[in-house]
Design a protein around this ligand. Sequence first.
Ligand code: PLP
Length: 385
Amino acid sequence: MSSLQNYLNKSLETIKKANWYRYEKTISGLSGSLVEIERNWLVNFASNDYLGLASDKRVITGALEAIQKYGTGSTGSRLLTGHRPLHHQLEEALAQWKGTENALVFSSGYQANIGTISALVGKKDLILGDEYNHSSLKNGGKLSQAHCIDYAHSNCRDLVNLLTQHRHNFRHCLITTDTVFSMDGDIAPLTPLLDIANYFDCWLLVDEAHATGVLGVTGAGCVEHFQMKGDNLIQIGTLSKAIGSLGGYVTGSNLLMEFLRNRCPTWIYTTALSPGDTGAALTAVEIIPSALPLRQQLWDNINHFKKLAKMHHIDFMDSDSAILCLKTPDAETALGLAQKLNSAGFFVPAIRPPTVPSSRLRFSLMANHTQEDLTSLMKVISGDK
Ligand SMILES: *Cc1c(COP(=O)(O)O)cnc(C)c1O
């Protein structure tokens, strides 16, 4: 065996011993609130498609029409042959929805984060990020070569202490945070964070991946929910969760987009978002703001879920979003409970280190879950079925 094969084998053995081993499950057909996995039909509590738009007929038609008109591939980067009228339309629709001057779409949310962060800050600069931030925010910091420090989760006092200690040693300072934390479901203290950013002359970059389509009066996210404003505020998000397509975006000032179009490597040196993905996203972005009943249905499910949990005395982690987590003592217990739920007809992922510091079951709710889905799920969890 070569040293490569030997290394791979040993690493995988360690991963398996710790119960951290993962593999992909195949979903056949549409991925709605009910999915077929390996010939079993399961109620899906693992999807990011909060509003069910990934299998919505109107969104599918949006993708098909775009493909018929522009083809399957965008054939080049945005600055060369990849730009279509659809990209401009999507960016205008996003900017209008998010209440900003302008927007820029990327091939994924991950690329939007790493590209924007590494374009904006460098060696002379400081990044202060929440310790629970998404991998893309953390790796964006590393790629930028800025000095990165994590502050304690949602802890403004820790952030202020770090700024008092370090801010004056650096040229620019970027504060980064998820708005809804992806593996916990809680919301960052966004209004104080913006005040702190203003006081210490910092820029605030917020990742709305799990808030877009879920929070805010028109579903635009936490920035809308908390009515945050400022030209030092940069909003990032994904087209692949509640928007039901694929891709990412940045919204903010005209100047910011002009700068990114000239400086952001993950936007300049990669193929433009495909016509199908762009058409689907544009349709969804046109649907969501006026789809109050659909968003209300999601929140009715979230509130019903919490009420049932309370009734059964099951302690979920604090959450203000569609993500609800149940902590377990270890990875083995999380896997066991996920297996039990699977046998009872529910698909719920066990989230384990290294994704999170402590193991948990993570339930994502969808607008198209029924109240009966939630009732029977809770019965299995509480063990009185
Ligand atoms: C999913 C996610 C991303 C990445 O978005 P993709 O479009 O899937 O690459 C970024 N940030 C957060 C917080 C996420 O949950």
